[in-house]
Design a protein around this ligand. Structure first.
Ligand code: DGJ
Length: 744
């Protein structure tokens, strides 16, 4: 990995074995984008890549000729209003009412490693040899504002991390109304745009469309990244699939309002952007102050979408998730929510915990309903002390009993919220976000705390820290069940109300940071009515997330497949729940529910005390199998080998391979049973060609011995080859294969 500055041509070249990124200081001293993609040769001068032809109905920079217009040139961090008519990366509303800026090249520095972003989540390296960072400083002389654009290239990943920082050295107080994290102008528009959209209970479904002239975007205005859209998009060539072809992706390391956008201009130049959503955003840049954008990640693959996803998986697993739990096997948990909802007693919880221990689970999680006057969703949020009516021995007593059973103890919180029926609200009605003179819209009978205010964060921190300290808590599920409305903070002046959404999420991050520093042994799992804040920002604080409130195995096949495009299996909380399923009333086999949940952080979310002996025995078997291979399930290399969004919608095939390629697990799922089904043969990538793999169908027996090369090219026969008709299985059946490789 290297960063080179070619002084004569004023070009920067960042490259490693996989990718190159080329930037040029243009003739007007603004920054131009020359190339991003597969590694290319270094050269002194790539100025032929500045394509800038005379075009009618265009404005030009120089009064004397028609040779240079910002409308025609590809840029790094463009502004609007000075000959570029496309959407800009920044906008600064100045005291005189103008918005025109001119950020020109000042200097650069190259830093070993990767600096932190204060107060914000970001990727990191532990060893400075693993990354190098280029910081290019631009300046607007009239305003005396510097703009630092940072680019980090990693040693072994096809990823560039970017961010922007504005520093006001001047005397005026302009308002930033657009400050994106990344802008990338690409030389053509022959791309499919992939977004990961949905709603509560059906998050991150893949939606694809071919780019065309104009704009295509996804965004959030909810104060959270949201169930509906995800701050992650892919641009792929039309022929690119999971196994071949070119693609690039951007991901925002941020959990608040975002915008991801592609604008195709009339000359088929694609402008790709991602950052804080400019809608309802402004930031007062007072003299002496600075504004730091969140980090954006840009990845590239020349060999298909699996490789692209694996870059994010590796990056997040090793350079985003932090702390003790980054590399440790994640515990198999039992959660009481779908077993009891609010209706539990200490006795009932301990009965479930007894069963949890018997079946081999490692962590018992007490969900919503243990605090304040929380016997239903109308009361208690904000009062983070145990309710003696539910828990006569408190959290300390319960956790002691759980620990005495040899289980770890986990606890649910929803720190950002309050019910009106709470001591918090009665004592501090001003702690809520609300607009003066307007009604407060309710969601789930709860209201959002003003986390833009440090004293509100302190108040919640102190209550939580007390419970965590006294209760011997090993795991926290941090929930967030409604989005922000009437966003206004009484603590800020009118001119700063556009900052509140961003300040809110900074407050959330600050509380997370304090708690993880004070309780480094706690495993945090983020949650927002399931997958409503499943983003890279959250993974910096909470190594795993509750993927969706929809625990139906069939829906989970789609949700987890969609999520896998951008996020590793170790980040996905995946639980086996009861049938008929609570959310969709579907009945799926226990075997399949287990196989689906294996591909993530396995948990059980059902009333273990009401299961039959046979079911408990089967679950015990599942847990013991998972524990044997969880390193591979959680941290192996994952491949979508049958993708219902891209191929046969009735089939899903997931493969994980251990880093040494000696162990692999392939699961073959179907939705509906087929009549007189076609033959099926599944090629399996990622294995070592020269190893011989003993293939076992888990629970059935040995299938045979095959070389990695044969499995990659001939494949594994997964149909009932003897008769040619579908085996007598049910809808939603699945098969799990274990492949263990050795030298012949
Ligand atoms: C929403 C979460 O997604 C559920 O798992 C559960 O924790 C409930 N909230 C509790 O209110």
């Amino acid at each position: 990995m290297t960063i080179i500055f070619h002084r004569s041509s004023r070009e920067f070249h960042l490259f490693n074995d996989h990718i190159s990124y080329l930037i040029k200081v243009l003739e007007n001293d603004q920054l131009g984008q020359l190339y991003f993609g597969a590694r290319v040769d270094d050269a002194d001068d790539h100025s032929y890549l500045v394509e800038n032809t005379y075009r009618p109905v265009t404005a030009y920079v120089s009064k004397d000729d028609y040779s240079f217009s910002l409308a025609n040139v590809r840029q790094e961090y463009p502004a609007y209003g000075t000959s570029d008519f496309r959407l800009p990366a920044l906008e600064l509303a100045q005291e005189d009412g103008s918005t025109v800026t001119n950020f020109t090249y000042k200097d650069y520095r190259i830093i070993k490693g990767k600096p932190k972003l204060p107060g914000l989540p970001a990727t990191y390296v532990e060893d400075d040899r693993d990354a190098e960072t280029l910081v290019i400083t631009l300046t607007d002389e009239k305003l005396a504002i510097d703009l630092e654009l940072s680019y980090t290239i990693f040693a072994n990943l096809a990823v560039i991390a970017r961010n922007a920082r504005f520093i006001n050295h001047g005397t005026t107080s302009p308002q930033l109304t657009r400050a994106l994290s990344l802008n990338l102008d690409l030389p053509d528009a022959d791309y499919d745009w992939l977004q990961f959209s949905g709603a509560w209970g059906r998050e991150r479904q893949v939606k694809a469309t071919h780019l065309r002239q104009g704009e295509q975007s996804v965004s959030s205005t909810r104060g959270a990244s949201g169930h509906m859209e995800n701050p992650f998009v892919i641009l792929k060539r039309p022929h690119t699939d999971d196994f071949q072809g070119e693609a690039l992706a951007v991901s925002l390391v941020y959990s608040g309002n975002f915008l991801a956008l592609a604008e195709v201009d009339p000359y088929q130049v694609t402008r790709l952007q991602i950052g804080i959503n400019p809608f309802h955003f402004s930031w007062q840049l007072a003299p002496g102050e600075s504004f730091q954008t969140p980090e954006a990640l840009l990845a590239y693959s020349a060999t298909g979408l699996n490789v692209l996803s694996q870059s994010f998986h590796r990056l997040y697993s090793k350079h985003l998730v932090r702390g003790e739990w980054r590399d440790r096997p994640r515990p198999v948990l039992v959660n009481n929510w779908e077993a009891t909802y609010f209706n539990f007693t200490e006795e009932k919880l301990l009965a479930i915990a007894d069963r949890a221990k018997e079946i081999g689970a490692e962590l018992f999680v007490l969900d919503d309903g243990w605090f304040g006057k929380r016997t239903f969703e109308t009361a208690g949020l904000g009062d983070w002390w145990p309710n003696p009516a539910q828990l006569p021995h408190g959290i300390a007593g319960l956790s002691q009993q759980i620990h005495a059973r040899g289980l770890k103890f986990g606890l649910w919180f929803e720190p950002e919220m309050a019910n009106l029926d709470s001591d918090l609200y009665r004592n501090h009605p001003d702690f809520l976000l609300k607009t003066p003179g307007r009604r407060m819209s309710q969601g789930r009978r709860q209201y959002v705390l003003d986390f833009a205010r440090p004293e509100v964060v302190d108040y919640i921190h102190d209550l939580m820290a007390k419970v965590l300290r006294e209760g011997q808590v090993d795991y926290v599920k941090w929930d967030m069940n409604r989005n922000i409305t009437e966003c206004y903070s009484a603590a800020f002046p009118p001119a700063q109300q556009g900052e509140i959404f961003h300040r809110y999420i900074l407050g959330v991050y600050s509380l997370y940071e304090r708690l993880i520093q004070e309780f480094p042994h706690i495993l945090f799992e983020s949650c927002a009515s399931g997958g409503g804040r499943f983003d890279a920002g959250m993974l910096y604080y909470a190594p795993q997330a509750w993927t969706s409130d929809d625990s139906d195995a069939a829906m989970r096949l789609l949700i987890q497949t969609g999520t896998s495009y951008g996020y590793p299996l170790s980040s996905m909380g995946a639980h086996v729940s009861a049938v008929p399923n609570e959310q969709v009333h579907r009945v799926t086999p226990l075997n399949t529910r287990g196989n689906v949940a294996f591909f993530g952080d396995l948990g059980y979310e059902l009333d273990l005390t009401s299961l039959s002996k046979e079911e408990l025995a089967q679950i015990k078997e599942q847990i013991s199998f998972y524990k044997r291979y969880r390193e591979v399930f959680q941290h192996g290399t994952f491949y979508r080998v049958q993708n219902p969004f891209a191929g046969d919608p009735n089939w899903v095939g997931w493969l994980v391979v251990s880093p040494d390629q000696r162990t692999a697990l392939y699961a073959d799922f179907k939705f509906l049973n087929d009549m007189n089904a076609p033959y099926r043969r599944q090629v399996l990538p990622g294995l070592a060609p020269d190893l011989t793999y003993r293939v076992e169908e888990v629970g059935k027996g040995t299938v045979g011995d095959f070389s990695g090369r044969d499995l990659a090219h001939i494949g594994l026969v997964t149909s009932d080859a003897a008769s040619g008709v579908e085996e007598a299985t049910t809808d939603f059946a699945s098969r799990l294969y274990l492949l263990e490789g050795s030298r012949a």
